[in-house]
Design a protein around this ligand. Structure first.
Ligand code: FE2
Length: 365
């Protein structure tokens, strides 16, 4: 961006005088603030996010979530045993970035989290384990390893563990953005939905989970996906086939050795929810993503494999379950030591709708 619009930087600042001090005091008394003393903060030349680059290790997250499971009950009031990732740049708020919430949620054997609904959009992503059903508007949906379960805003939802084993998963939401624009509404539902069944396939999948086939009874576009579970077997198969096609000489991947899919709303072909973009990437051993930065922030979890992350010039090792945040306009790239599977979500739909989206890519050296 051309900085020539920042004429305030060149304006002579009057020497501090008694009159000037009085003027500033009067500004303050009237709840006014002059532009010329703060233009640099109001209009930086490039984004200056408070969100800091940060990485959480899964083994530490899981151990603490497990300990919370031993000490902290789950139920009405607290609603969820979810432990938010609190970005060190955001003043102690449990916000992963300035727009995104990410948390590890833990449910012990035969525990249940009560029903509620809120305007915040949410999803679950399962790193490992199974045995919990999330119930959305009375539709019980099995959660299993690698599954992505969108939870569009204002739908009633509850969770229950039907096994003798605990289960933990990643929750992602747009809580900070919704809070910032003061559009948050919340309602309690039943303590638990009436339907206690444990179907292998949910009603949502029975209606919507057939590629390229749309029920004629549901032809209207919907702002959020009506498909409430994207199964790992489909995600994995799509990535396997992209790489197989590439190996056979056909165009299929985003870069050589880099397969990727975006979870989409089958009624529009767009993002699964109005505020959240969710993707899954697979990098073959020895491959790297280009160094790039984008407007908006993202959260990434390693689903499988190992590698190295370069984030804002700092290097980190990556192992299964690790979660890192990419603040707006911060450079990052990932290198796979062994085949690396990455689940990632971002606020890109917000940035695109508002025409703020920008991407800068530095070609590989
Ligand atoms: Fe919720």
């Amino acid at each position: 961006m051309n900085s020539s619009h920042c004429t305030g930087h060149d304006a002579p600042i009057a020497a501090e005088t008694t009159e000037l001090q009085a003027l500033y005091a009067n500004f303050q008394a009237e709840h006014l603030a002059p532009l010329w003393t703060q233009l640099g903060n109001l209009m930086p030349q490039t984004p200056e996010p408070k969100t800091q680059p940060h990485l959480w290790r899964w083994e530490r997250l899981y151990a603490l979530a497990k300990r919370a499971g031993e000490l902290v009950p789950v139920g009405r009031g607290g609603e969820r045993r979810a432990i938010g990732l609190a970005n060190p740049g955001l003043g102690g708020a449990a916000y992963a970035t300035s727009t995104l919430w990410a948390a590890i949620q833990y449910l012990g054997p035969h525990e249940a989290a009560p029903e509620h609904r809120h305007t915040q959009n949410a999803f679950r992503f399962v790193l490992e384990g199974e045995g919990v059903w999330t119930v959305v508007n009375g539709d019980p949906i099995a959660m299993r390893r690698g599954d992505f379960l969108p939870q569009p805003g204002w739908n009633f939802h509850a969770h229950r563990n039907e096994t003798d084993q605990p289960m933990a998963w990643l929750d992602g939401l747009d809580i900070p953005f919704v809070h910032y624009v003061n559009s948050d509404f919340f309602e309690f539902g039943a303590n638990q939905p009436e339907d206690r069944s444990t179907p292998d396939v949910s009603r949502s999948e029975r209606l919507w989970a057939y590629p390229g086939l749309r029920p004629l009874s549901r032809l209207m576009p919907h702002p959020s996906t009506p498909l409430l579970c994207y199964r790992w077997e489909h995600t994995d198969r799509a990535l396997v086939q992209q790489l197989a096609l590439e190996a056979e000489g056909h165009a299929a991947t985003v870069h050589p050795g880099h397969a990727a899919v975006r979870y989409v709303n089958p009624t529009t072909g767009g993002d699964v929810m109005p505020t959240l973009r969710v993707e899954f990437h697979r990098l073959l051993s020895g491959r790297a993503t280009p160094l790039q930065c984008a407007v908006g922030s993202a959260v990434v979890q390693v689903f499988n494999g190992s590698g190295a992350l370069t984030l804002a010039g700092t290097s980190y090792t990556l192992n299964k379950g690790d979660i890192f945040v990419v603040p707006s306009w911060v450079e990052w790239s990932v290198h796979a030591d062994e085949t690396l599977d990455l689940f990632q979500f971002s606020d890109a739909p917000i940035m695109e709708k508002l025409e703020f989206a920008r991407l800068a890519v530095r070609p590989p050296a």
